[in-house]
Design a protein around this ligand. Structure first.
Ligand code: PA5
Length: 463
C-alpha cells in the first residue's frame, strides 16, 4: 500500500484484555455517531473550516513556488518568526523532509532554516551572536498579526536589518504571512511594501500548516511542497465519507474518544519510531491539546475536557520512559509512528567473531535493529496490556507526511464533535496573550494589569 495505514489490533480487547482495550462491539456501536460527527465536520468545509480545502489551492501553491524561486540562492539563512501554529508545522516539515543535517551542510542553493519560536534572550541573542541578519530572509508568520512574541522578534530583526542595509534594502529580507486585511502586521506590510502571503479566513493557527504558513519556509529549503499537498489531498479524499472501518481519521478519532471517555486513559502518547517524524509528534501535541482541551462544551456547560499529549522518540526514549509506560499507571494509550522502508541501508561489519556478545549484530543492518527495537516495545506494551496503535508510513516522503497531516487534522476536527467541544477556538491561549499584553503595559489593557496585580499573593513561600 502506498499510503499511510492505521493498525488498531493492539488497542482491541482481544490483544490487551477487556479492561484496557476496546471491543469491536463498542466500535460498531459508535459507527452511527462517528458518521454523524464526520458529516457535521464536512458540512462546515465550505463555510468556516476552510483549512480542509488548503491542499487544493493551486494558485496559492504556485504563488509560493514563484516567490521562493525568485529568491533562490540569495540567502544563507531563513528564520521563521512565529509561535504555536505559526511555527510547529514549519519545524515538523523541515525535520521530516530535509536531511537531519541540512542546517549543518545545506544543499547548494538552499538556505539553513531556523524556527525561533521563543523569546528567550538566550536563544535569540545567541542566534545574533552566530549569524548575520543581512544574509538572512525573515519569514514573519502571525495569523492575528499582533502576538507579542512574534512582533517583538520582528521589531528586533527589522531594526538589525535597517541598521545593516538601510530602509529600502531591508525590505527584501522580510516576507510576511498574516491575515489578508486584519491585524497590525498587515498594516505594517501595507506601509513597508513587504512581500506577503495570506492566512485565509477559516484557517486557525494549528490547522494552517498546508497554507503559506508552512509552505513558504518548506519550499525555501527545497521540500517538495506539491508532494505534501498531493498526499494531504489523497487523505482528504479517503476520509471524506468513508465509513468507520475504512476511514483512518475517523477511526483514530473514535479510539481517542473511547480511550479517554470510556477507558479513563487521559494521556495520549505519540511514540515516533523515526527520528525524522519526531517533530510531527510536537505538531500533533499542539493540535490535540489546543483543540480538545476546553473548559466549556459547545452547550455552554463546564466540562474540562481534553487528553494530555505526550511525545516520545524511539529508540531513545526506550531508555528513558518505556519503564513507566510498561509498568506505570494504566492512564495512557500509545500511537507508534513507524516506517516500513528506511531511505538508507547501514550494514554492520563484523569485528570480533569470537565475541558472541557483539557478533550477533554483525551482518545485519541498523534498520533491522531499529525495527526489532520498535517491535520489542510494541510487544512489551501489548503484553503489559497497554493499548497501542501504529500509524505506518511506507517511507518518510512528502506524500506520506502530507497524508499524516491531513489525517490528524480531520481526526481532531471529528474529536471535537465526539467530545462536544469547539475544536477551533483557544480561549486559554488568548487569556495568556491578554495577560502578557497587560504586563508589558500595552495601552487598553490597564484594567487587566490592575486585576493581575491585585490578585498577586501578598506573601510568597520560597524555600
Ligand atoms: O493554533 C493557534 O491558534 C495558536 O497556537 C497560534 O498559532 C499562536 O498563538 C500564534 O498566533 P498568531 O499566529 O496569531 O501569532
Amino acid at each position: 500500500m502506498d499510503r499511510i495505514t492505521l493498525d488498531i489490533t493492539n488497542a482491541l480487547d482481544s490483544a490487551v484484555g477487556p479492561e484496557q482495550g476496546v471491543s469491536l462491539e463498542e466500535l460498531s456501536d459508535l459507527r452511527e455517531t462517528a458518521s454523524k460527527a464526520l458529516a457535521a465536520v464536512q458540512a462546515r468545509r465550505s463555510l468556516d473550516l476552510c483549512w480542509m480545502d488548503l491542499p487544493y489551492q493551486q494558485e496559492v501553491h504556485d504563488a509560493v513556488l514563484e516567490y521562493t524561486a525568485s529568491v533562490e540562492g540569495r540567502f544563507k539563512n531563513v528564520v521563521v518568526l512565529g509561535i504555536g501554529g505559526s511555527a510547529l508545522g514549519n519545524t515538523a516539515l523541515h525535520a521530516a523532509l530535509s536531511s537531519p543535517f541540512h542546517d549543518l551542510a545545506p544543499p547548494p542553493g538552499h538556505p539553513r532554516l531556523f524556527v525561533l519560536d521563543n523569546v528567550d534572550p538566550d536563544l535569540v541573542g545567541e542566534w545574533l551572536d552566530h549569524f548575520d541578519p543581512s544574509e538572512t530572509l525573515f519569514n514573519v508568520i502571525s495569523k492575528s498579526g499582533g502576538t507579542a512574541e512574534t512582533m517583538s522578534q520582528f521589531l528586533l530583526f527589522r531594526g538589525r536589518l535597517v541598521e545593516a542595509l538601510g530602509e529600502e534594502a531591508h525590505r527584501e529580507h522580510i516576507v510576511v504571512t498574516t491575515d489578508e486585511t486584519k491585524g497590525i502586521l498587515r498594516e505594517i506590510v501595507e506601509r513597508e511594501g513587504y512581500q506577503s502571503f495570506v492566512v485565509p479566513d477559516g484557517v486557525g493557527g494549528r490547522f494552517s500548516v498546508l497554507s503559506p504558513v508552512g509552505l513558504v519556509s518548506s519550499a525555501l529549503v527545497g521540500i517538495d511542497i506539491k508532494g505534501v499537498l498531493a498526499g494531504a489531498a489523497a487523505m482528504d479524499e479517503l476520509c471524506k465519507e468513508a465509513p468507520l472501518d475504512e476511514n483512518p481519521a475517523l477511526m483514530y478519532a473514535c479510539l481517542q474518544w473511547l480511550m479517554q471517555e470510556k477507558m479513563s486513559k487521559n494521556i495520549s502518547v505519540t511514540f515516533s519510531y523515526s527520528h525524522r517524524l519526531r517533530a510531527l509528534a510536537d505538531w500533533y501535541a499542539q493540535l490535540l491539546a489546543e483543540s480538545i482541551g476546553k473548559r466549556k462544551g459547545v452547550d455552554g456547560n463546564i466540562v474540562h475536557k481534553g487528553p494530555t499529549p505526550v511525545r516520545a522518540v524511539g529508540v531513545t526514549d526506550q531508555h528513558s520512559q518505556v519503564q513507566l509506560y510498561v509498568e506505570g499507571p494504566f492512564d495512557k494509550w500509545f500511537t507508534l509512528l513507524s516506517v516500513t522502508q528506511a531511505d538508507h541501508a547501514v550494514p554492520l561489519p563484523s569485528a570480533y567473531p569470537d565475541l558472541e556478545g557483539v557478533e550477533y549484530l554483525a551482518g545485519s543492518d541498523l534498520g533491522d535493529l531499529f525495527t526489532a527495537e520498535r517491535e520489542g516495545t510494541r510487544v512489551a506494551l501489548t503484553e503489559a496490556r497497554r493499548p497501542n496503535v501504529s500509524i505506518i508510513f511506507p517511507r518518510v516522503d512528502a506524500r506520506s507526511v502530507g497524508q499524516y497531516l491531513a489525517m490528524m487534522e480531520i481526526s481532531v476536527a471529528v474529536m471535537g464533535e465526539l467530545y462536544g467541544v469547539d475544536a477551533f477556538d483557544q480561549p486559554g491561549v488568548e487569556a495568556g496573550k491578554v495577560a502578557a499584553y497587560a504586563l508589558m503595559g500595552r495601552a487598553g489593557y490597564e484594567a487587566r494589569r490592575a486585576e493581575i496585580e491585585a490578585s498577586a499573593p501578598t506573601e510568597r513561600k520560597i524555600i
